[in-house]
Write a protein that binds this ligand. Structure first.
Ligand SMILES: N[C@@H](CCC(=O)N[C@@H](CS)C(=O)NCC(=O)O)C(=O)O
Length: 214
C-alpha cells in the first residue's frame, strides 16, 4: 500500500523493540487499550527523515495517524490518551508540582537521552573513549544514583488516585534499558531494582520486553 492511499484508521507506531522511548509508548498504548500497527525502523543510522515518519530529528518513536505524525514519546502518549476510550487517570510531567517529582522526571529523561548518545556512539563506531564520553558516563552514574536515593520519596509523592504516571513508565523503561544495553549494571541500585520488579509486574510491561528486532 502506498503512502497516498494508506489506511491510517489504526495508528502506525514507528520504533524499535530495543528502544526505551518506544517502550514508553507501547506501555501507554497497552494501558490505554489503543491498538496500533508496529513498523520497525530497520536502519538506526538512516539519514532519511522519511524513514522516521517525517521526523527531521531522525529519532524514534513516531506515531503516524490520520491527523498527521506525532514526534516523540510524550507527544505520542498524549495522543494515545486522546484516542483512548479507556480514560485512565494519568499523571503527566506538568502535574509534578514538587521539586523531588519534577527533578526526578527531568533526570529520567536526561538519563535516557545521555544513554542514547552513549549507545549511538557505540553503534556508529565512534568508540567508548574521550573526555566527553567520560563526562557523560559520570553524569549518567550521578543521575541514576540520585534517582535511586530519591525513589522512595518521589514514588510516595505521586498522587495516590492515579492509574499511571509518565514518570513511573519512563523510569521503568530507563532502568531496564540500562541493564539490557549493558550501559550500567543495575544491581547496586536496589531501590530502582525493587521499583522495576514491582512496576514490571503489570501486563503492559511484561508484554513489551526489550529485544532486538530481526
Ligand atoms: N525526544 C525523543 C527522543 C527519542 C530518542 O532519542 N530515540 C532514540 C531511540 S530510543 C533514537 O531515535 N536514537 C537514534 C539516534 O539518536 O540517532 C523522545 O522523547 O521520544
Amino acid at each position: 500500500m502506498t503512502e497516498a492511499n494508506e489506511d491510517l484508521s489504526k495508528p502506525v507506531l514507528i520504533g524499535r523493540s530495543s528502544s526505551h522511548f518506544t517502550r514508553i509508548v507501547r506501555i501507554f498504548a497497552d494501558e490505554l487499550r489503543v491498538d496500533y500497527d508496529f513498523q520497525v525502523l530497520r536502519d538506526m543510522l538512516s539519514p532519511r527523515p522519511e524513514d522516521y515518519g517525517g521526523n527531521p530529528a531522525l529519532k524514534i518513536p513516531v506515531l503516524r495517524t490520520s491527523r498527521g505524525s506525532w514526534f516523540g514519546a510524550l507527544n505520542i502518549c498524549r495522543e494515545l490518551w486522546r484516542q483512548s476510550n479507556h480514560k485512565q487517570r494519568i499523571v503527566w510531567p506538568e502535574d509534578l508540582g514538587e521539586p523531588v517529582l519534577a527533578n526526578a522526571q527531568e533526570l529520567v529523561l536526561q538519563s535516557m537521552a545521555t544513554e542514547v548518545t552513549l549507545v549511538m556512539s557505540r553503534v556508529g563506531g565512534a568508540g567508548d573513549g574521550g573526555v566527553h564520553q567520560d563526562k557523560m558516563r559520570q553524569s549518567l552514574g550521578n543521575m541514576v544514583g540520585w534517582l535511586n536515593a530519591n525513589a522512595a520519596s518521589f514514588c510516595a509523592a505521586l498522587p495516590e488516585e492515579r492509574d499511571l504516571s509518565f514518570l513511573e513508565v519512563s523510569l521503568f523503561c530507563l532502568a531496564t534499558h540500562l541493564e539490557f544495553r549493558e550501559v550500567l549494571p543495575m544491581a547496586p541500585y536496589t531501590a530502582l531494582t525493587e521499583f522495576c520488579q514491582r512496576f514490571g509486574a503489570r501486563p503492559s510491561c511484561a508484554g513489551t520486553s526489550f529485544r532486538f528486532d530481526t
